[in-house]
Design a protein around this ligand. Structure first.
Ligand SMILES: NC(=O)c1ccc[n+]([C@@H]2O[C@H](COP(=O)([O-])OP(=O)(O)OC[C@H]3O[C@@H](n4cnc5c(N)ncnc54)[C@H](O)[C@@H]3O)[C@@H](O)[C@H]2O)c1
Length: 289
């Protein structure tokens, strides 16, 4: 890291944004964390304190690495406070309109030369880049983190049409400095990891539809036979079936039949069995194991 650590700003203090702020703060960067209300920011800080203390107890983080981390995260609801950022990571709702408005504002506020990174899972990076001015576009790219960000090491770095090699190099350097492993991926629907993941999840649901195995058995099979840390149904319950369905619909649009969501997944979502959030899913709630 340079002698003076770069200033990082994160927009959106939800599931992803708060932990993205945490990993940069843990790496010694001053971090501004912004959301629409002080309440959301307060909740995020409480969650981060919990992640840090549990992480130390469980041996995921060394206590020395966590010292001062929370103090380096400055919550603010004022976009103007982000003017001096070197890296801006946007992790707000997966809604093009919301993201467009934010990037339009940031374009006017943040100093020239800052790297602009969106954490979108499904909106093309080149589409979001079009919401900043042409002189800003060489510094606009996607950095796709994985949940839980404080534990998952991968970041997909996705250049848009006009992204410069310098911006890509900066995104790699900063992510790697924060303990991540970055890979470069082309701007296609699902990027790389979600394409392979959803092909797998679709086949998992098909196996249950065909009564080849139960959801519980396949989770066990994937843990013990493939070395996965959690099975496909536990994973869908965690990320929600509704998000899974949404991602598959977007990939079906791009790649056709091979990503058509399975009828059983659609039924689960229509019945409100979206996963842990609703305490009803494949492996949580009434009638499940
Ligand atoms: N959840 C995942 O596993 C995952 C994985 C990779 C990428 N992503 C992407 O990350 C982004 C965030 O997802 P999430 O799961 O953290 O969502 P989330 O709903 O947990 O958090 C979004 C946050 O953005 C805030 N927000 C909304 N509008 C805002 C605005 N105008 N200004 C500031 N803050 C605003 C919300 O208040 C909320 O706290 C999405 O683009 C999503 O597709 C999610």
């Amino acid at each position: 890291m340079a002698t003076k650590p770069e200033k990082v700003s994160v927009i959106g203090a939800g599931l992803m944004g708060a932990e993205i702020a945490l990993v940069y703060a843990m790496a010694g960067h001053p971090v501004m964390l912004t959301d629409t209300s002080d309440e959301a920011l307060g909740k995020a800080k409480t969650r981060l304190a919990d992640i840090l203390s549990k992480g130390v107890t469980r041996g995921h983080f060394k206590e020395a690495d966590t010292a001062g981390t929370l103090n380096r995260i400055r919550p603010t609801v004022k976009m103007a406070d982000l003017a001096d950022s070197d890296l801006v990571v946007e992790a707000v709702f997966e809604d093009e309109k919301v993201k467009a408005e934010i990037w339009g504002k940031l374009d006017k506020i943040v100093k020239k030369g800052a790297v602009f990174a969106t954490n979108t899972s499904t909106i093309p990076i080149s589409t979001l880049a079009s919401y900043v001015g042409p002189e800003r576009r060489p510094n606009f790219l996607g950095t796709h983190y994985f949940s839980p960000v404080s534990r998952m090491k991968l970041v997909e770095v996705i250049p848009a049409f006009d992204t410069s090699e310098a911006a890509i190099a900066t995104a790699f350097r900063l992510a790697e400095g924060a303990g991540k492993v970055a890979i470069r991926v082309k701007d296609v629907a699902g990027f790389a990891v979600n394409r392979v993941l959803h092909a797998f999840l679709i086949e998992a649901v098909r196996l249950v539809e065909e009564e080849v195995v139960t959801a519980e058995e396949l989770d066990t099979a994937c843990r013990l036979g493939l070395g996965h840390p959690m099975g496909p149904f536990e994973l869908m319950d965690a990320v929600t079936n509704s998000l899974t369905l949404q991602a598959q619909a977007i990939m079906q649009d791009s790649y056709g039949e091979r990503f058509r969501p399975r009828p059983l997944l659609k039924q689960m979502v229509q019945a409100g069995r979206i996963g842990r959030k609703a305490n009803a899913g494949w492996r949580v709630g009434p009638g499940t194991k």
